[in-house]
Design a protein around this ligand. Structure first.
Ligand SMILES: [Cu+2]
Length: 425
């Protein structure tokens, strides 16, 4: 047995852990553990039927083994440490070293066997959200199965009948376990790889946490007032850019396992919703949009042609969801001259700062001392200064001439002369 604690580092850690007993090892595939939060370019499927793999934003796809015609995965529910952005680590629960867990990719018609080992301090289950499957494989504790006790492994078996976009999450002590980060993405690819083919296919989950500045464990009794709104348990500037080649047909699949809806907005391009929870949307039923609301428990696949070069903002349109941990009980000080009061306060509290009289930008411009292990509320610096964002914000970076499997951050866009807003002299 190898202690995985020692492997929790910022560098990529890939390790087949000896997680099961020697007797069980023969029949259970190794569980791959990855704790790094880098976006991993997808490897082509080494066996089984062919498909065009997806790219999990700040994540990865689970490996499998083929055995007697079954596609077998080993999923381990366990405590994890997730870096949400440089400077802040969260103590979460997840699967196989990360939260969210690895993306599961199968092909329509695959017989799928999932070994689920429970390394949490309490019982759990996994519900395969959106799937057609035998009732007893649906993962609802008490209703269709007994809970998976601590230390035990349960086996789920079903045929992946419907191609599309799915999620997985516990259906046992849900409020705690989902608030702690237990969730993952699932893609069932169409039998014919030419069907619904795109050049780049990104996936991520919308989630939210309530972590007090300076703390690392989420408050699990919070119902709505979460303070960190994340994509795959990452917040801006920790969310990788979605790198696209000019001319690519791009799909972005989004699943919402947070406790509120998120209007997801793309700059500079129109998209269509081509897939929902229930499957693919017929071409005749699609309409162009630049924002689509993703409700709680829903999945949406959007598609667009990456025609225009640039670093295009891509974010949730709820303004308080593009901010990091903050106090919400802040009075609006715009237009209030409180210098006289401030001078009196400074006699008692020398560090007192006058803030907010000119708007909220003071927050991003001022270097306020913040507790350890937290993030500034509005942060990130672009080539033109502070971006003043946090939370559910990143960029779609469109560049000419990238190679097919190149997802590396190309740096900031170099604007052609005369194409940037300018000051009137
Ligand atoms: Cu939002």
């Amino acid at each position: 047995m190898v202690s995985r604690r020692g492997f929790l580092s910022s560098t990529a850690t890939v390790l087949g852990a000896g997680l099961v007993s020697r007797a069980g090892a023969a029949s259970i595939p190794e569980a791959m553990i990855i704790t790094d939060a880098k976006t991993m370019p997808p490897p082509l499927p080494p066996n089984g039927r062919p498909f065009n793999p997806v790219v999990t934003l700040n994540g990865w796809s689970a490996p499998w083994r083929m055995k007697d015609g079954w596609k077998e995965f080993h999923i381990v529910a366990e405590p994890v440490i997730r870096e949400m952005a440089p400077g802040m680590k969260a103590t979460l629960w997840g699967y196989n070293g990360s939260s969210p867990g690895p993306t599961i990719e199968v092909v329509e018609g695959d017989k799928v066997r999932l070994f689920v080992t429970n390394k949490l301090p309490e019982a759990t289950t996994i519900h395969w959200h959106g799937q057609r499957l035998p009732n007893g494989m649906d993962g609802v504790a008490g209703l269709v199965q007994t809970r998976i006790p601590i230390g035990k492994t349960y086996v789920y078996e079903f045929e992946a009948k419907r191609p599309g976009t799915f999620m997985y999450h516990p259906h046992a002590d849900e409020m705690t376990q989902m608030a702690m980060g237990m969730m993952g993405f699932w893609v069932t690819h169409p039998k014919n790889p030419e069907q619904h083919r795109v050049d780049r296919d990104f996936v991520f989950l919308l989630n939210g946490y309530d972590i007090e500045p300076g703390a690392s464990t989420p408050k699990t009794s919070t119902m709505l007032d979460f303070n960190l709104w994340s994509w795959n348990s990452r917040v801006f500037p920790g969310i990788d850019p979605l790198v696209c080649r000019q001319g690519d047909r791009v799909r972005i699949r989004i699943g919402n396992l947070s406790m509120t809806s998120h209007p997801i907005h793309l700059h500079g391009h129109e998209f269509e919703v081509t897939g929902t929870d229930g499957g693919w949307v017929p071409k005749s039923a699609r309409w162009p949009e630049v924002t689509t609301d993703v409700g709680v428990g829903q999945m949406r696949a959007i598609e667009f042609d990456a025609t225009d070069l640039g670093d295009w903002a891509f974010h949730c349109h709820k303004a308080h969801h593009t901010m990091n941990a903050m106090g919400h009980d802040v009075p609006n000080m715009i237009g209030v001259d409180h210098r006289k009061v401030a001078n009196k306060i400074i006699k008692i509290i020398p560090d007192y700062m006058v803030m907010g009289e000119r708007g909220g930008s003071d927050m991003s411009e001022m270097e306020m001392p913040i507790p350890d292990n937290t993030l500034p509320m509005m942060t990130g610096t672009g080539p033109f200064g502070p971006v003043e964002m946090g939370g559910m914000f990143t960029t779609v970076k469109i560049r000419a001439g990238l190679t097919r499997n190149d997802y590396k951050d190309p740096g900031w866009y170099q604007h052609p002369k005369g194409t940037v807003a300018y000051e009137l002299k």
